[in-house]
Design a binder for this molecule. Structure first.
Ligand code: FES
Ligand code: FES
Length: 166
């Protein structure tokens, strides 16, 4: 990591949705601002801005993290995935498809973060129980859906992914 201490700027490298990025950033630059403002990734939502609501959940080396409380220098050398990185062209990820089919989206503000947490869960645990799904999504708050449809969507996505794997 190159440093320009006088100007409080650092050189960082990271892989974002499969693309290697090498850039200078302010040492205090938040990851959420880098993703939304520098890279134009509008799926990353800001709710609380304090690590409480999960709207900004982004995968860092495959683990869901709140991008509002991460600084860009902290993700130097890491792999970052947002919702934009899990689609293949026009083809949605099975978790996205099931959220739509099950009606698990209302205002949609929490949805990208929910989906990223679900993607991590199903990658780590392809056959989660309902309790495991609830626990995995416990850091993602939704004010619209009452959660039941979200849980059903994740269960349906688990089934779809296991069929794909067979
Ligand atoms: S906006 Fe990051 S956790 Fe709420
Ligand atoms: S769908 Fe509105 S906050 Fe979850």
């Amino acid at each position: 990591m190159g440093a320009d201490v006088k100007k409080n700027r650092l050189k960082v490298q990271y892989v974002l949705n499969g693309v290697l990025i090498s850039t200078m950033v302010d040492t205090g630059r938040r990851l959420i601002d880098q993703l939304r403002d520098t890279h134009g990734l509008g799926s990353v939502k800001e709710g609380c801005g304090t690590g409480e609501c999960g709207a900004c959940t982004t995968l860092v080396d495959g683990k869901g993290m709140c991008s509002c409380i991460l600084l860009v220098p902290q993700i130097n050398g890491k792999e970052i995935t947002t919702l934009e990185g899990i689609t293949t062209g026009e083809i949605l990820h099975p978790v996205q498809e099931k959220f739509i089919e099950e009606g698990a989206v209302q205002c949609g503000y929490c949805t990208p973060g929910m989906i990223m947490s679900a993607v991590q869960l199903l990658s780590d645990n392809p056959e989660p129980s309902e309790d495991e799904i609830r626990l995995a999504l416990s850091g993602n708050l939704c004010r619209c859906t009452g959660y039941s449809k979200i849980i059903r969507a994740v269960q349906a996505a688990a089934k779809a992914l296991s069929k794909e794997g067979n």
